[in-house]
Design a protein around this ligand. Sequence first.
Ligand SMILES: Cc1cc2nc3c(=O)[nH]c(=O)nc-3n(C[C@H](O)[C@H](O)[C@H](O)COP(=O)(O)OP(=O)(O)OC[C@H]3O[C@@H](n4cnc5c(N)ncnc54)[C@H](O)[C@@H]3O)c2cc1C
Length: 454
Amino acid sequence: MTAATGSGARDEHVIVVGAGLVGSLLACYLGRRGYAVDVYERRPDPRSTEAERGRSINLALSERGLDALRRIDQVETVMAPALPMHGRAIHGQDGSVTFQSYSAHGDRAINSIGRGALNETLLDAAEATPGVRLHFSTRIAAYDLPTNTLTVEQEGEQVPVSGDIVLASDGFGSVVRQSLESLGRVSVVTDMLDFGYKELTIPAVDGDFALDPDALHIWPRGASMMIALPNPDKSFTCTLFWPKTGEGSFDAFITQQDIIEHFTSVYPDAFPLMPSLVADFQYNPVGLLATVHSDPWQVDGKVGLIGDAAHAILPFFGQGANCGFEDVVELDRCLAEVGDDWALALPMYQERRRVNAEAIAQLAKENFVEMRDKVGSKTFLATRKLEHALEKLLPGTYLSRYEMVSFTTIPYSEVIERSRNQQRLLAVATGGAVLAMATFATTVLRRLTGADDE
Ligand SMILES: Cc1cc2nc3c(=O)[nH]c(=O)nc-3n(C[C@H](O)[C@H](O)[C@H](O)COP(=O)(O)OP(=O)(O)OC[C@H]3O[C@@H](n4cnc5c(N)ncnc54)[C@H](O)[C@@H]3O)c2cc1C
């Protein structure tokens, strides 16, 4: 196969494996830098085919993702159909609903975006970028490191394709990463979660949203949870996060009666809004959830891993794609800083991003416990109120962890550091307040009992 012609500004021919969210954005950035880019995607062109049933339909896009899109003038197109969600709506098992705003002033929102629409916008943008060529229905079957050659499968044929640089954005099960792992050049630890996910639907009712569209809805149930995000067609996509086996797992509810009984008692307000519940539950697949830690992310300055291929994380902070988009921005920044010397840029990109991917992986894991267990508790609500009060009192100085992750581009590793320091301050302040109250109470008590007169 021949290489893309490129805009002619750079000598290197870059191959991108995978035209998912990160690969298509990456192609836009590289094309704009003047590279000839060939992108190989195993699926057919999603712009001319139907979406797969039951695979994560929408996702939450926040500041990091928007920042990456802004830099290539795509934010307006992407955001046109987006639905802002200004807070969480917590659904109790008694049918109660409590709204918690994400930011102190209630003005900041994360955005529900159709995954397919986002991918298609980025594919359009990549295709319109001089130097970028997209190849669909082309699966990469193998990768050879010494020659930087990929084996492309297309219509039963296997064709070798070489590039000066290979960038793997082929997701969680990356073939390129596996190949580097088998050579002992990359070490990979896959941390599988005991929970899986399944998607269900709440359709529009009389042409309108059945729930508040301005919120990310959560049904926290201790050992499991359900969430729902709004779609432009006024439906909601619900995602169950349940144990894979044992009590309360997907396997535990097989018959129509089991499913209906469970949803009536555990999700009483959602159940009547889900007319296709039984069919969705029985036929939609259970997706796997895992964290992938790989090291290094590049080999010999000629092949690199990016997005989920480098660092799949759990979805509980809504940051996987946002983080992958930040990878692209950072790689572009590194190339600019070293005059497009890939042998310098790839190690620099890895050095700067790996620590941050590890940080968001940890935060995402912690957020699962928060979402399924704590968000409904009085202590959590009180802490959020206190945090919002501090954010108003100390604007720009005190920022909650959620705010830093979702509404800024503060590196994730710094978010951990800063929120640790803030927690310490909060503990001291709370301790101080408790001490002051105790002293006050003792004084009043002594006065009332006349103990002061002794
Ligand atoms: C339930 C769930 C909810 C999520 N919610 C959010 C959210 O709210 N916000 C957020 O930011 N992130 C979210 N994520 C994470 C997000 O979906 C991923 O981080 C993101 O899709 C990663 O993009 P990627 O391009 O790196 O990988 P992928 O999206 O997996 O894309 C990889 C691409 O490579 C192609 N490919 C794979 N193998 C080959 C091959 N051998 N040859 C050619 N092509 C290949 C695939 O077909 C695919 O198109 C969620 C994930 C899940 C599972």
